[in-house]
Ligand binder design. Sequence first.
Ligand SMILES: C[S@@+](CC[C@H](N)C(=O)[O-])C[C@H]1O[C@@H](n2cnc3c(N)ncnc32)[C@H](O)[C@@H]1O
Length: 249
Amino acid sequence: MILEALEWCLTPATGSARRRGFLSEQIAIRHRARRCRLAWREHLHRTKAFVAARLPEHGREVVVLGSGHLHDVDAEALMARFDRLVLVDAVHPLEVRFRAALSRGRIVCIARDLSGFDRDDPLTGRVVHAPETLDLVRGADLVVSVNLLSQLVISPVRRWAGRYDDADVLKAARRILDGHPALLGEARRALLITDAEHRFDGGPWEDLLLGLPLPEAEESWLWQLAPSKEAEDGRKEERRVRACTIEKR
Ligand SMILES: C[S@@+](CC[C@H](N)C(=O)[O-])C[C@H]1O[C@@H](n2cnc3c(N)ncnc32)[C@H](O)[C@@H]1O
């Protein structure tokens, strides 16, 4: 607990990233990944392998969206094929910033909210990706979105829940989700890896993406997100992950 509080204070993050819970979520992911090391191993391996199998011989720049702690990103493999690795996330953990600082400019961290939502209001907010985000995505040889899509709506839905009609919140959340494949469609080539459905204790699968249609998955696997005893209510949660390539529209 003390270490987490220290990390919260020391990690560079904007006031908004702190208030919106991005920093605390990310610190929590580190601890969860450690506790669930064995259960997550297959998912992390499959994510890295999906990307590794689709890398060009050589490229100038690869952009990773939702890079976080790089648990599911093989940075070495990407650095071996690209001159520059650009990591984009709402918050970058200290160890990743440190690694970038030692990389002689080959790893760059960009802190940015990737939801693209232009105001904190589900009734009037629209997805308008920042020009810098569009330039980055359009200019890269490859863009990889790693286990980010379903996460884009967590913070906004948490903020809006109870303050707005559920139906309006869900509609706004769906607009945010729609905006992500659209952003990836601006890239020359993009790889989208996302958890798309979940279920508890082997029950029925539920959609995590509010009906968002995804391109046909080239690969799909299960992520044992919360083995029993991990979740507060003791329920076991697994997620179905889908991975696909998105070519420029
Ligand atoms: C489940 S994690 C993905 C795993 C991550 N690649 C790792 O290895 O830690 C989701 C990541 O998306 C980031 N994220 C969530 N919402 C975001 C947003 N609106 N804009 C940018 N990043 C966001 C989180 O900060 C987190 O690092």
